[in-house]
Ligand binder design. Structure first.
Ligand code: ATP
Length: 261
């Protein structure tokens, strides 16, 4: 079976071990263009590691990882650089370079890949800040001066700098208040509509998940045990799914998503 032309991410038979700790064991996942896939799983189940595999920051011990149809371990240096321009990432840790201003952080990928001319950078930075509801003046601030939520939004602005086809987001709404989370959801949905953006996000935030995921991938027992739209996922019998979606917190979030008070 081969992946289609519109398969953005393809993971086949992925095996990941850290010493004796087997994190993934024969894991499969395919993400099609335009999807918003929410990756959920218990703490330590290997969600962040999976995002890292997708962009080649780490390599699994077994299986195959393809991004935009290309194997990550193949291709020239130029092919790898070309690939880097096509995705943006927002990881939980190391979101911003602490020695650079917010503006320099956002401009960093544009400069590094030689995409924008020097005189265009300020305008581009202001545009990206506006997308995440930050002010142009925020460009001059240092990361240490920002609140946790502002760091998230500035890091998202940087991830969007290259107008990527694929966004990988690790807990993008953790630490945001409900209004900010809702604007984040609106922004992602608009970008998907306008640019055909594909998103893979790790999240524990059921409101965000219910508002935008086209499919939910459940990572448990070292593999993806369910990969379906939310409504179907809710009917899958699995201990993790029961806890995550049908506990008190889950029931309330799903009721909100269904417009019940
Ligand atoms: N570089 C590493 N060296 C050793 N073990 C690692 C390394 N990176 C991850 N692990 C281990 O792999 C497992 C999966 O980690 P990962 O961060 O991917 O989980 P996660 O599902 O994202 O967790 P959380 O929801 O708590 O952030 C954990 O047991 C972790 O300790």
């Amino acid at each position: 079976m081969s992946a289609g032309a519109d398969t953005i991410v393809s993971l086949r038979g992925v095996v990941t071990r850290f010493g004796r700790n087997v994190v993934h064991d024969g894991l499969d996942l395919e993400v099609e263009r335009g999807e918003i896939v929410a990756l959920v799983g218990g703490s330590g189940s290997g969600k962040t590691t999976l995002l890292r595999h997708i962009i080649g920051l780490t390599q699994p011990q077994g299986g195959e990882v393809r991004l935009f149809g290309e194997r990550l371990d193949e291709g020239s240096v130029n092919a790898r650089i070309a690939r880097q321009r096509r995705y943006g990432v927002l990881f939980q840790q190391g979101a911003l370079f602490s020695a650079l201003t917010v503006g320099e952080n956002i401009a960093f990928p544009l400069k590094e890949l030689g995409i924008a001319r020097h005189e265009e950078l300020d305008a581009l930075v202001a545009l990206k800040l506006a997308m995440v509801e930050m002010e142009p003046e925020n460009a001059l601030m240092m990361p240490a001066e920002l609140s946790g939520g502002m760091i998230k939004r500035a890091a998202l602005a940087r991830a969007l700098a290259l107008e990527p086809e694929l966004l990988l987001l690790d807990e993008p709404t953790a630490g945001l208040d409900p209004d900010r989370s809702a604007s984040f959801v609106r922004l992602i949905l608009a970008l998907r509509q306008e640019l055909g953006l594909t998103v893979v996000l790790v999240t524990h935030d059921l409101d965000t998940l219910a508002a935008m995921a086209t499919r939910v991938a459940v990572l448990a027992d070292r593999r993806i045990v369910s990969y379906a739209p939310l409504q179907e996922t809710l009917h899958v019998k699995h201990p993790f799914i029961e806890r995550f979606f049908h506990g008190e917190h889950g029931r309330r979030a799903l009721a909100r998503a269904n417009g019940e008070s």
